[in-house]
Design a protein around this ligand. Structure first.
Ligand code: GLV
Ligand code: MN
Ligand code: MN
Length: 412
């Protein structure tokens, strides 16, 4: 590999900081929920930058944006990279945006160096990776990979009943291209680690081997609304008390399957949410994760039992739905090796790592050889406005990505 292949770290950082202005929060983070006006603004900026870099832009029916830099032989399948620009409600500047802007920076740097790859290169924004406004996560890369059909993807609705299909039209990103169904030579994604391991181990680059599995559930408990004063404790049907039992059980299931299990209740809507009314209805979500499928399945069974027990003990009706299952994945050995080689050539201390978070790479790995590059983030904190990464680590991760992509993009 040519030793002079380098990206421009200052330009990458400036682009990250400019993108972070769109939806910037007072605490230094980002709130840019999928398919909002802010999402449109961020997409427009990316598209403008990519056009300025000479790319052609295509948008598919799920609103995924593909910026293509031509290669020597454009009949060959492209090497792709990308991530997402939607964020959590109290998200950070780097989760997703880093990977998207690394794609742009790779293209800009190849232009600067007048470096022509054999294959075309594409930098991508995947729609709604977070799964915060519209569940599940990674839904549009999932449609691209054939895991979900298009109608399912477009039909995902937010808490107000607005669908992804309608919101894509509203913001002008309901594209015309079919979703997926075209060959991809390799897919790479750069991302902050979102956990503490690289920082604790003092390593610069994570060579991501795969990602843990996830199961998402939606539970509704129906009890009976009643007056908080005259209604004796023993006759109550308190849906929030049932939920409290489940929250405790979910946490215990996570702890019992240590060290790798994660189990979270992250969203609760209690109704009518009035201090002197016994809660008659509660909707809540459960997120379970584990790198081994068998353990994840066992955890799911335990969570279901906990919901049934809580319902019986509190005289509640229960609606328990598994809405998403994403099995653990192992990334492609050749792509992982390309990332490792890039890190080694640059002399970066690196570590093999499994992703705890979900990423579009998880679904892309079903249709293309895939790997990821992780960089450390401060204190391992992510999905938080204080999320932070250093300028140098951002630059170095992108340099590794550049090398891995160029290696694959020159392969016949
Ligand atoms: C996405 O960020 C997830 O891992 O939940
Ligand atoms: Mn992300
Ligand atoms: Mn995220």
């Amino acid at each position: 590999m040519a030793t002079n292949l380098k990206i421009n770290g200052e330009r990458l950082w400036d682009s990250l900081m400019e993108m972070a202005q769109i939806g910037a929060t007072a605490k230094g983070g980002v709130c840019r929920l999928a398919l909002t006006d802010l999402d449109r603004e961020a997409r427009d900026l990316f598209v403008k930058w990519c056009k300025d870099a000479g790319c052609t832009i295509r948008v598919d029916k799920m609103g995924n944006v593909f910026a293509r830099r031509a290669g020597k032989d454009n009949s060959l399948a492209p090497v792709m990279t990308g991530s997402h620009i939607d964020s959590q409600p109290t998200g950070g500047k780097f989760d997703g945006a880093y990977g998207v802007l690394c794609g742009l920076e790779v293209i800009r740097s190849l232009n600067d160096m007048k470096y022509e790859t054999l294959r075309p290169i594409e930098a991508i924004i995947w729609t709604n990776e977070e799964g915060s406004r519209f569940a599940p996560a990674m839904v549009a890369s999932g449609v691209f990979a054939g895991v979900f059909d298009l109608d399912y993807g477009l039909g995902r609705a937010d808490q107000d009943g607005k669908t992804m299909g309608d919101e894509l039209k509203r913001i002008g990103y309901a594209g015309e291209d079919d979703v997926g169904g075209r060959p991809v030579h390799a897919f790479f994604e750069a991302h902050i680690e979102q956990g503490p391991i690289l920082e604790v181990e003092k390593k610069k680059i994570g060579i991501v081997q795969g990602a843990q599995g996830q199961r998402w559930f939606e539970v509704t408990f129906i009890g009976q609304e009643a007056h908080a004063g005259p209604t004796p404790m023993r006759v109550r049907k308190d849906a929030l008390v049932g939920t409290a039992h489940v929250i405790g059980a979910v946490n215990k299931i996570g702890l019992e399957n240590a060290p790798f299990a994660c189990a979270t209740v992250g969203m609760i809507n209690s109704s009518p949410n009035s201090r002197n009314v016994i809660p008659g209805k509660v909707f809540f979500t459960i997120d379970l994760r584990h790198p081994e499928d068998a353990t994840l399945t066992k955890m799911a069974a335990a969570v279901k039992s906990a919901c049934e027990e809580a319902a019986a003990a509190n005289r509640l009706e229960v609606d328990f739905k598994e809405i998403w299952y994403s099995p653990p994945v192992k990334f492609d050995a050749n792509c992982v090796a390309a990332v490792k080689k890039g890190a080694e050539e640059l002399g970066f201390e690196n570590l093999d790592i499994i992703s705890g978070a979900g990423h579009d790479s998880v679904y892309m790995s079903r249709v293309a050889p895939t790997a990821m590059v992780f960089i450390p983030c401060e204190g391992g904190i992510s999905h938080n406005e204080i999320e932070n990464a250093t300028k140098d680590d951002c630059r170095d991760g992108c340099d590794v990505l550049l090398r891995a992509m160029v290696e694959r993009a020159n392969a016949a």
